[in-house]
Ligand binder design. Sequence first.
Ligand code: SF4
Length: 371
Amino acid sequence: MTDFDDLPYPDFSLVRYATIKIFPVERIRGCCMNCEFCTVKGKPRCASVERLLGNLSHLVETHSARHFFIVDDLFGQQRDETIRFCRLFSEYQQRVGRRLEATVQIRLDKAKDPELLAAMRNAGIRYVAIGFESPIDEELKAMNKAIRSQEMLSLVRVFHRFGFVIHGMFIFGYPLVAPAGFTMAVSERVKRFKRFIGKAKIDTVQVLLPVPLPGTQLRRRLEQQNRVYPLQDVGWEYYDGNFPLFEPDEPMDARALQDGGRQIMGRVYSFRYVLCVVASILSFPTLAFSLHNLGLGWGRWYRSWRNNIIRFGGWLTIRKWSADFGRGDFLRRLQAAKQRLAVMHGDPPLHQEAYHLWETSDGAHETRRQR
Ligand code: SF4
């Protein structure tokens, strides 16, 4: 399908039982990059800039929309057209006398194009979701990311300089292409991720486990190695990034891997941020000291307040997820999947292990062997 310009605009009046605050819009489907785990790579198919602007103005006029999520998997493809879009979007906002905001998904290497970043900021694009994926160079190489962790740290600083709010997306425990000659325990990986997220000063993060989706090179590779858990035991309903779906690289273990991802999330989304929200509110009057540059002072205050709210809200979400996980039967399914894989490999049957969920001091959960 390529004739996007001929399609009618999505009709959001059909959404009756939810309030949409951030309206999804799109211009380009597909991505010209080649990440091993990704399903959307392939020749990009594009609507025109005018079509996207028409969709945005339609939503402003019919739904009083103010915030948009441009869902293109890689914003900034067709660079010159993207800059033209940013300029026209900025002019549209001046014409209607409204300041609009947009979120995009973008690659870190777009930081090498300051003209593009400046055009984005002028157009009201403030929030960027960036797939950092991993701070471990060996994993980045296995993913075909064509970047190293040290370079990622210098590029993310450019996004900060332009005033973007950054949502970082990570994959924890990516399987290397054998023979890699590289091993790292889960605990060391957790440390590396936490250190990187702290150094990069990322506002909000999402840490998921690798998902070998059908049609990807990653799934083909893992299937050839007989590592994907059989669907009878671990079905598609678990393919959301929160569950281990294949035998991880040595010396990692599936449950430890899952706990590791949650430990990193638990560091970013924690109960203590409710105190930070209160501190942000109490510090509001200090904006008076920023009267010489109120815009900058407000921007800094709002960013910290927003991040604290999200980080506390994230803690509540993780807590609920952990409670639901404890009530579910995933650990039993995982054990059955490992047994089935062992039989397929002709290995001796695995020792049946019993696990239970353990609540840690900061309210997170981890699985522990029952003694
Ligand atoms: S992960 Fe992102 S950059 Fe990589 S192929 Fe997919 S859309 Fe493109």
